[in-house]
Design a protein around this ligand. Structure first.
Ligand SMILES: C[S@@+](CC[C@H](N)C(=O)[O-])C[C@H]1O[C@@H](n2cnc3c(N)ncnc32)[C@H](O)[C@@H]1O
Ligand SMILES: [Zn+2]
Length: 293
């Protein structure tokens, strides 16, 4: 699993001009670990490091508050964050913003329902955007089976390194990981059977730009399942308090976290072109929005 599978070349493209990419090295085996992908139109090279194609350009980071840390590591989701993510950070944050502070289980209560809503068939190809360390990627990989394929995209190389490690630990070999930006998806149009994402909002991403790209890469009839945190109508005292604290921290650290209102997220998903859009409240601020192309 350290290597990329050549099947990837069927559906990845240059994030800038959407032209096909070719491998610069002559490949004799099915898999490659290090090398370069080349866009003939832009005359640009994209490296493959540890089997992870870096389909990403520094110019996408213009204006980011985190430019400095981005330049060093690609994101502020750095190694320490990645190391602590599954056993500590994801649990803590979702217990604060989700349901019961002692019993809320992010995987069982939020991730599994997000995966279920895609109605996955064996053999499907599903894209997991902002896959992080793979909390959603791995349940998706189990559902599509060996004949299927999950593509995990994240901006953080450190998060992806852990995603790879955990997938190997669980014996899942149907996952391809790519470093890229959700606003500049490096995939061809109308390709995936489903697009999933969890924990992508609230963030500093432009929601309508991101949703437009999700729509573009989905096949006609393909499904979207988007797990997110929103400003919803069911906010208890604990959540209002946690949000106040977070607002203060966001100001102090000058972070660009944009909160989206529940109705606004639904409207944005519809505006991107999705049909049959439904909002499902999970617990606390957590919800899933589903739709169909
Ligand atoms: C809260 S984590 C969610 C990870 C995983 N989906 C989960 O539910 O556990 C948010 C992830 O979004 C990624 N991310 C942030 N901005 C991104 C962008 N512009 N493009 C792709 N991924 C991004 C971060 O690197 C991080 O891994
Ligand atoms: Zn190009």
């Amino acid at each position: 699993m350290k290597k990329i599978r050549l099947k990837l070349l069927e559906f990845i493209c240059c994030p800038d001009c959407h032209s096909e990419l070719s491998l610069t090295e002559k490949i004799t085996e099915e898999l490659i670990q290090e090398g370069h992908l080349y866009c003939n139109k832009c005359k640009d090279y994209y490296p493959i490091i540890d089997g992870i194609p870096i389909l990403f350009k520094a110019k996408y980071l213009t204006g980011s508050r985190f430019k400095e840390s981005f330049e060093k590591s690609g994101t502020y989701w750095t190694d320490l964050n990645a190391k602590l993510y599954e056993n500590f950070r994801a649990k803590l944050v979702t217990r604060l913003f989700g349901g019961n502070i002692f019993t809320y289980d992010y995987v069982k209560d939020a991730i599994e329902p997000t995966a279920n809503l895609l109605d996955i068939q064996k053999g499907d190809t599903i894209l997991d955007i902002a896959c992080g360390t793979g909390l959603l990627t791995r349940p998706l990989a189990r559902r599509v089976g060996d004949s299927g394929n999950i593509v995990g995209l994240d901006i953080s190389f450190d998060m992806l390194r852990y995603a790879k490690k955990y997938a190997e630990r669980d014996g899942l070999y149907n996952i391809d990981l790519i470093k890229g930006n959700a606003e500049y998806l490096p995939y061809k149009n109308d390709y995936f059977n489903g697009v999933a994402s969890s924990g992508i909002f609230p963030s500093d991403l432009n929601p309508s730009k991101t949703l437009d790209k999700m729509y573009r890469v989905l096949k006609k009839g393909g499904k979207l399942s988007l797990g997110a945190g929103v400003q919803c109508k069911y906010q208890g005292l604990k959540i209002r308090l946690v949000r106040k604290i977070l607002d203060i921290l966001t100001k102090i650290f000058n972070m660009r976290i944009k909160w989206i209102k529940q109705d606004e997220l639904v409207r944005l998903v519809e505006t991107a072109g999705f049909k049959n859009v439904q909002y499902l409240h999970l617990d606390g601020i957590l919800c899933i929005v589903k739709g169909k192309k």
